[in-house]
Write a protein that binds this ligand. Structure first.
Ligand code: FAD
Length: 386
């Protein structure tokens, strides 16, 4: 086993880290206070990231993407965790893996412009009546001679306001779910309110309504009845990257602030970092972040080797999200009143972290997956040489 990073990987991490520190972090307070940044600034950071080759890193080079391995992508995503969700989306893009199932004319309509940053996409699976039970959706599409007619609605759709099209799951038969690429602006497709959230300020979360929306045949992603399965499996790597790796990055960022404060803040004539109870909070955070980091890297390595990493990613999803939750909670404690006060970003990190245990499958859903696999496969689930 070789745990060392090579020179290119180190350079890539340094480039992303520097870009975030110089271009994105200075925008964070404005984003938090105003709830948005203007389109010109968003365009500027998008162009700068693109010029550095940092846009659509997860997409294959043949389509104009970064062509990174899963491990290399994860190393970048970990760095993305050091800034806000919305700024990551604007600078580095949000080109979802299910789009790789595009075929024929779909390349030019949806995949290529997304990789080029000309079109933005969101995933629309959740409905008010179907969250964890993603197969329980009521949105449906009926086949016609020329295509499909879509009816129903979605909610909580991240980045919906910025998106030009949506990957929408819809029932195409009693026991059949398919995936469609639905362009904003089609007749009968309306966007509802932006659902206000506890954290990740700036990212809009929209309701979508479909009222007899006419889709042409090319809007179907993958085979009828198969697209949903394809999308769900492609979303596995999104979960590893956007939840697992970013959670570790966010927790590391908070830990850096915590340790600096523990070194600096004096009470009773000494650094608070000299009190053992504060040290325990620091030490537990260091241990848990490192453990979660290796789980993330290992799952990415498994994907690169062609192994099925579903269970490992479920484990990462639970452990990284919950590690982040514990670390930000300790950070508020270490910072004392300043941890609760809006003059510092600690309270923001605390709010932003909470969603990690909920989106992309709740901790409970992933624990269910892990437990079922463990009961079926026993100890082999945890061995490397399966
Ligand atoms: C900020 C934010 C962004 C989001 N972005 C998107 C997006 O871009 N696209 C999209 O499609 N969706 C998105 N979602 C939806 C998100 O994926 C769902 O909220 C999540 O899957 C949980 O579904 P739910 O909210 O309906 O909760 P429910 O499924 O109603 O769950 C409620 C509770 O019941 C528990 N529970 C449910 N079923 C089980 C079970 N079988 N065993 C044990 N416990 C169970 C859950 O763990 C949870 O604790 C987003 C949500 C939020 C809040």
């Amino acid at each position: 086993m070789d745990f060392a990073l090579n020179d290119e990987q180190k350079m890539m991490i340094d480039t992303v880290r520097r870009f975030i520190a110089e271009e994105l972090r200075p925008l964070e307070d404005r984003l938090e206070n105003d709830g948005h940044i203007d389109r010109d600034t968003a365009t500027t950071i998008h162009e700068k990231a693109k010029a550095l080759g940092l846009y659509a890193l997860n997409m294959p080079a043949e389509f104009g993407g970064g062509g990174l391995s899963n491990l290399d992508r994860i190393l970048c995503e970990e760095q993305f965790g050091h800034t806000s969700d919305y700024l990551i989306r604007r600078a580095f893009g949000n080109v979802y893996e299910p789009l790789l199932h595009c075929r024929g004319e779909q390349f030019a309509r949806w995949l290529e412009p997304s990789v080029a940053g000309k079109r933005t996409c969101a995933i629309a699976i959740t409905e008010p009546g179907a969250g964890s039970d993603a197969a329980g959706i009521r949105t449906h599409a009926k086949k016609t001679d020329t295509g499909w007619v879509l009816n129903g609605g979605k909610h909580f759709i991240s980045d919906g306001e910025w998106s030009d099209f949506f990957l929408v799951s819809a029932r195409t038969g009693e026991k059949e779910i398919s995936m469609f690429m639905v362009d904003k602006g089609l007749a009968g497709f309306t966007v509802g309110k932006d659902q206000q959230m506890m954290g990740i300020r700036g990212t809009p979360h929209l309701e979508l309504f479909f009222d007899n929306v006419q889709l042409d045949d090319a809007a179907l992603l993958g085979e009828r009845g198969q697209g949903f399965k394809l999308a769900m499996s492609a979303l596995n790597v999104v979960r590893l990257a956007q939840v697992g790796a970013r959670a570790i990055g966010k927790a590391s960022h908070v830990l850096e602030l915590m340790t600096a404060y523990a070194n600096d803040r004096q009470q009773f004539g000494q650094r608070i970092g000299d009190f053992q109870m504060v040290q325990q909070m620091l030490a537990d955070s260091v241990i848990e972040i490192n453990a979660a980091r290796w789980m993330v890297y290992h799952a990415a390595w498994m994907l690169d080797q062609g192994f099925d990493a579903r269970e490992q990613i479920a484990m990462v999803k639970v452990h990284a999200a919950e590690t982040l939750g514990r670390v930000v909670d300790r950070a508020v404690q270490v910072f004392g009143g300043m941890g609760f006060c809006k003059e510092l970003p600690i309270e923001r990190y605390y709010r932003d972290a909470r969603i990690y245990r909920i989106f992309d499958g709740t901790s409970e859903i992933h624990r269910g997956v892990i437990a079922k696999s463990a009961m079926k496969k026993g100890a082999s689930l945890f061995e490397l040489h399966r």
